[in-house]
Design a binder for this molecule. Structure first.
Ligand code: NOJ
Length: 790
C-alpha cells in the first residue's frame, strides 16, 4: 500500500501555466460542495449535540492534577517573592521547574511576560502564573485610596474606578490584585485605615461588593479584568492600640456584626480569592486559624475560591509562638485551609516531608491545588497568559482614565469647615491678587498617591496641588509656593529599603535649613492675600507599618500653621493624608478645611476644582474624626451604656476632654445646603420578618447644584443583647439642582434588622421597637419608629 506522503508527492499539482480543464473545475466544485456539506453538518444542532460538552474549569483542573507530580502540585501552592526574598532561588528558576504557581510584586510588563513565557513554554506542564500585585487604588493612573473612595458613598463610582484600575493592570500583565482590603477600622492610629472603607459594616459591605465587581467584571475571566483578593481575613483593623500587626481581641458578636460583613459581601459578589491576616485573632494567628478559615469561610460561607496567606505569614506562625517549627507551621496552615503560601517558602520546603510522613495526604494536597487551577482556567490564563504589550501604551494613555481619577478625587473630598462661605475661592483675581500655597505636601507626588500608589509608580506623573492651582488660576492670580520644613517619620519605614520599591521619604533637613524653609513660608504668606496651607502626611506615614501613637501633624506643620494664621491673612487648610489627624486647633482657628485624602495622580487638579468652585464637594466621612488620639478607638455605633451621652446633664466620659468626636461619621459640608424632611414609616407595626418602608424628602435649598448623601440609621430598643445607639442601614447619594426636591425610599427588611446575638450565640430577628433616623450624617434628628411584633 502506498503511503499518504507518496500520494501527496505524486499527485499532479495545479499548474498555472496549464489551461484549466473542465475535469479540474469539476473536481474543485465537488471538493467545495463536500466542504459545505461537512461545514453544515458540523454546525447543525444534531452534530453539536453529539459533540462532547466543552470541559468545565473544574474538569480541566482535575485532568491536569492527574498529570502532576507531588512536587509540581506543591509548586502551585508556592508564591515566589524574589523581589524581596533575595535569600531564595530566583523566581524564574522556580517557575521553570514548576515550583511556583504565582509570583509576587512583579510589576514590569516585559519581565512579567518573560516569566509567563518560562511558565507556559519551559515548565513541564505549561501552567501559567498568577501575577499578583497590590493594585489597591490604581496601577498607572492612581485613584484616591479606598478610604477616600468610600467617602463618595457612591458604589457605582467605586466600581468604575476599580474597573479602570483593573484594565490598566491587566494590560501590564497583572492578573491578580490583592484587593479589596475590607478591614473595618475604628482607630485612626492604625496606619492601614486608608486602605479600607472606614468604620461601618453596612457601607463597607456595599463598597466591598463594588470593588469586587470592578476588579473582576461580571465573571472571572472577563477580558480587561483581574482576579480580586479580599483581605485580610479577619479583624486586622482591630489591632490593639492601632499598632500594626498587634493582636486583635474581638468577641464573636463584633466579628459577625461588624468585621465579617464586608468579607461576606465580597464573597457574595463572587470574589475568587481571599487573603488571611497576619495578626493573632483572639490569640490564634489568623493564618493558622481553623475556625476562621474552615468553619466560617468554607463551612458556613461555602467559599469555593482559594486562600492565600499574607506575605510570609505561614512562616511566621513560628514567630507568633504558635507553631513548633516550620513543618508544623505548614501543617497548621494547610489544616486551616490556606491554599497558597505567599513568599515564606514554607510549603515548598516543608510540605514534601509532610506528604512523605503521611501527615498530609495526596488527596488533601489535591484539594489545596484544585481551586488554584480552577481559577487559572476560569481566568482564561491557559489560553491567554501574556500582556499584549502593543496595546499597553494605548491603555495607559487613555485620556478617560485620568478624567475618571479627577472625578473620583473631587467626589471623595470632604469639606470639614467653611465659615462664612470662605470657599469656593474667587479665581478671577478680583478678590485675591496673590495666593501663597504652603506646606510639605503641596508639591508631593508620593504623598498624593500614598503607600501602594507610590510602591508601583514612585509618585511619578502626578499633578500636585501647586500645579493644579497654578493651572486653574492662570495669570489671573499670582501663586507662590513655599514648602516649609520637610516632614519625616520619627522612625523610618522598613519598606523604604525593600529592593524594587520605588517609594522614598522626603529628605531630612538640617535644623538651620528647616528654619529657613519655615521663615520663607511665613514670609510668603505675609506678602500674599490668602494662604492655602497643604498639610498632612507623606506616603510612608500612612499604610502598612505606619501606625501613629499620636495623631499630631508631623514635623513642624502645626507650628507653621499657627505662624501663618498669626499673620492675619485668610487661611484655607487642605489636608493630604490617609487618616484623621489631630486638627482640633485648626478646627477652631482656620475658617475653611478641606479633607482631600491622598487624592491620586489627578489630585492637584481636583483640589483646585473644589477650592475654586468648579466642583462642589459632596464627600462624607466614613470614619469618626476624633479630637485627639486619646479618644481612639472611636466610632458612632457604640452602645448606649447606663449613662448615655445624650442625657442633658451628661458631661463627658473624660474629665480632661470631651468624649464626642470633632466631626461625626457621615459628616461633610457642601457649597449648597440641603434639607431632609418629612420622614414616613409605612407601617407602625410589622410582623416578624416583614419589611418596613421608610421615605424622606431631600431638597437642595441653596443656590447651586450639589450632591447629598441621605443616611438612614436604626436602633433596636430592646433585645437579647444591647444594641448600638444607631446603625447605618440605608443610604442614597443624590445630585440635586438648586431648589430641586426628591423623595427617597428605603426598605428595612430581614437583612437590616437581623443581628448576631452574643447571648443567643446565633443570628436573631427579634420583636422590639425600632427607632429610625434620616439625615445628613450620623447625628441627624429626623426621627420615626415602628414596632416588630412577636
Ligand atoms: C503585606 C500586606 O499586609 C498585604 O496587604 C499585601 O497584599 C502583601 N504584603 C503583598 O504586598
Amino acid at each position: 500500500m502506498r503511503s499518504l506522503s507518496h500520494r501527496i508527492h505524486t499527485a499532479r499539482p495545479f499548474n498555472v501555466t496549464q489551461p484549466f480543464r473542465t475535469s479540474d473545475a469539476r473536481l474543485i466544485r465537488n471538493v467545495l460542495a463536500f466542504c459545505f456539506v461537512i461545514f453544515g453538518i458540523v454546525r447543525s444542532p444534531l452534530f453539536v449535540a453529539a459533540q462532547p460538552a466543552p470541559k468545565t474549569a473544574e474538569q480541566r483542573a482535575d485532568a491536569l492534577l492527574k498529570q502532576m507530580t507531588v512536587e509540581e502540585k506543591i509548586g502551585q501552592l508556592n508564591q515566589a517573592g524574589g523581589t524581596y526574598r533575595r535569600d531564595m532561588p530566583n523566581d524564574e528558576e522556580l517557575v521553570r521547574k514548576g515550583l511556583a504557581g504565582s509570583v509576587l510584586w512583579a510589576s514590569d510588563p516585559g519581565a512579567i511576560n518573560k516569566l509567563q513565557r518560562v511558565a507556559v513554554e519551559e515548565s513541564r506542564l505549561h501552567v501559567p502564573l498568577l501575577i499578583g500585585l497590590d493594585v489597591i487604588h490604581g496601577y498607572h493612573t492612581i485613584f484616591p485610596p479606598p478610604l477616600a473612595m468610600s467617602a463618595t458613598w457612591d458604589p457605582a463610582l467605586v466600581e468604575r474606578v476599580q474597573t479602570a484600575a483593573a484594565r490598566e493592570a491587566r494590560a501590564g500583565g497583572i492578573n491578580w490584585s490583592f484587593a479589596p482590603m475590607v478591614d473595618i477600622a475604628r482607630d485612626a492610629r492604625w496606619g492601614r485605615m486608608v486602605e479600607g472603607a472606614g468604620e461601618d459594616p453596612y457601607l463597607g459591605a456595599a463598597i466591598a461588593k463594588a470593588q469586587v465587581r470592578g476588579f473582576q467584571g461580571p465573571e472571572l475571566g472577563t477580558p480587561g479584568h483581574v482576579l480580586a483578593c479580599v483581605k485580610h481575613f479577619a479583624a486586622y483593623g482591630a489591632a490593639d492600640g492601632g499598632r500594626d500587626y498587634d493582636s486583635s481581641y474581638v468577641p464573636d458578636d463584633l466579628l459577625w456584626n461588624v468585621y465579617f460583613p464586608p468579607f461576606k459581601a465580597a464573597l457574595d459578589a463572587g470574589v475568587g480569592s481571599l487573603m488571611s491576616a497576619y495578626m493573632d485573632l483572639n490569640e490564634v494567628p489568623a493564618t493558622g486559624n481553623y475556625w476562621l478559615l474552615h468553619d466560617v469561610l468554607r463551612e458556613d460561607w461555602k467559599f469555593r475560591g482559594f486562600v492565600v496567606s499574607d506575605a510570609e505569614a505561614i512562616g511566621s506562625l513560628v514567630t507568633h509562638g504558635y507553631a513548633r517549627n516550620r513543618e508544623d507551621a505548614a501543617w497548621l496552615a494547610i489544616h486551616a485551609g490556606v491554599n497558597m503560601d505567599m513568599a515564606s517558602y514554607t510549603y515548598l520546603q516543608e510540605l514534601p516531608k509532610l506528604i512523605q510522613s503521611g501527615k498530609v495526604s495526596v488527596a488533601a494536597l489535591d484539594e489545596l491545588v484544585r481551586p488554584l487551577l480552577v481559577v487559572k482556567y476560569k481566568m482564561g490564563l491557559f489560553e491567554n497568559p501574556y500582556a499584549d504589550l502593543s496595546r499597553l501604551p494605548g491603555v495607559l494613555n487613555d485620556p478617560a482614565t485620568p478624567k475618571l481619577a479627577r472625578e473620583a478625587a473631587q467626589k471623595s473630598m470632604v469639606l470639614l469647615k467653611n465659615d462664612n462661605a470662605m470657599l469656593p475661592l474667587d479665581k478671577s483675581g478680583n478678590k485675591y491678587r496673590s495666593i501663597a500655597v504652603i506646606g510639605p505636601v503641596a508639591d508631593s507626588g508620593p504623598a498624593q498617591v500614598g503607600f501602594w500608589g507610590g510602591m508601583i509608580t514612585g509618585g511619578a506623573d502626578v499633578v500636585t496641588v501647586i500645579q493644579g492651582i497654578k493651572e486653574k488660576v492662570g495669570s489671573a492670580i499670582k501663586v507662590e509656593y513655599a514648602s516649609g520644613p520637610s516632614i519625616q517619620r520619627e522612625i523610618p519605614s522598613n519598606f523604604e529599603f525593600y529592593p524594587g520599591v520605588k517609594l522614598h521619604a522626603q529628605k531630612a533637613q538640617s535644623p538651620a535649613d528647616a528654619q529657613a524653609a519655615f521663615d520663607t513660608a511665613v514670609a510668603t504668606a505675609k506678602r500674599s492675600d490668602l494662604a492655602v496651607m497643604v498639610l498632612g502626611e507623606d506616603a510612608l506615614m500612612a499604610g502598612e507599618a505606619a501606625s501613629n501613637g499620636t495623631l499630631r501633624l508631623a514635623g513642624r506643620q502645626q507650628e507653621l500653621l499657627q505662624a501663618v494664621v498669626a499673620t492675619g491673612k485668610p487661611v484655607v487648610l487642605v489636608l493630604i493624608n490617609g487618616r484623621p489627624l489631630n486638627i482640633s486647633w485648626a478646627a477652631e482657628h482656620v475658617a475653611a478645611i478641606l479633607e482631600a485624602w491622598e487624592p491620586g495622580s489627578q489630585g492637584g487638579n481636583a483640589v483646585a476644582d473644589v477650592l475654586f468652585g468648579d466642583a462642589n464637594p459632596g464627600g462624607k466621612l466614613t470614619v469618626t474624626w476624633p479630637q485627639s488620639a486619646g479618644q481612639e478607638p472611636l466610632y458612632y455605633d457604640h452602645m448606649l451604656t447606663h449613662e448615655p451621652e445624650t442625657k442633658p446633664d451628661f458631661g463627658s466620659r473624660y474629665q480632661d476632654l470631651k468624649s464626642t468626636p470633632l466631626y461625626p461619621f457621615g459628616y461633610g459640608l457642601s457649597y449648597t445646603n440641603f434639607a431632609v424632611s418629612n420622614l414616613k414609616v409605612d407601617k407602625l407595626k410589622a410582623k416578624l420578618g416583614e419589611s418596613v418602608g421608610v421615605s424622606v424628602d431631600v431638597q437642595n435649598t441653596g443656590a447651586i447644584a450639589g450632591d447629598e448623601v441621605v443616611q438612614l440609621y436604626v436602633h433596636q430598643q430592646s433585645g437579647s443583647a444591647s444594641r448600638p445607639v444607631r446603625q447605618l442601614k440605608g443610604f442614597e447619594k443624590v445630585g440635586l439642582a438648586p431648589g430641586e426636591k426628591k423623595r427617597l425610599h428605603f426598605t428595612l427588611g430581614k437583612d437590616e434588622l437581623t443581628y448576631w446575638s452574643s447571648s443567643e450565640k446565633k443570628w436573631v430577628l427579634e420583636p422590639a421597637v425600632f427607632d429610625v433616623w434620616a439625615g445628613e450624617d450620623s447625628t441627624g434628628s429626623l426621627h420615626g419608629s415602628f414596632e416588630v411584633l412577636p
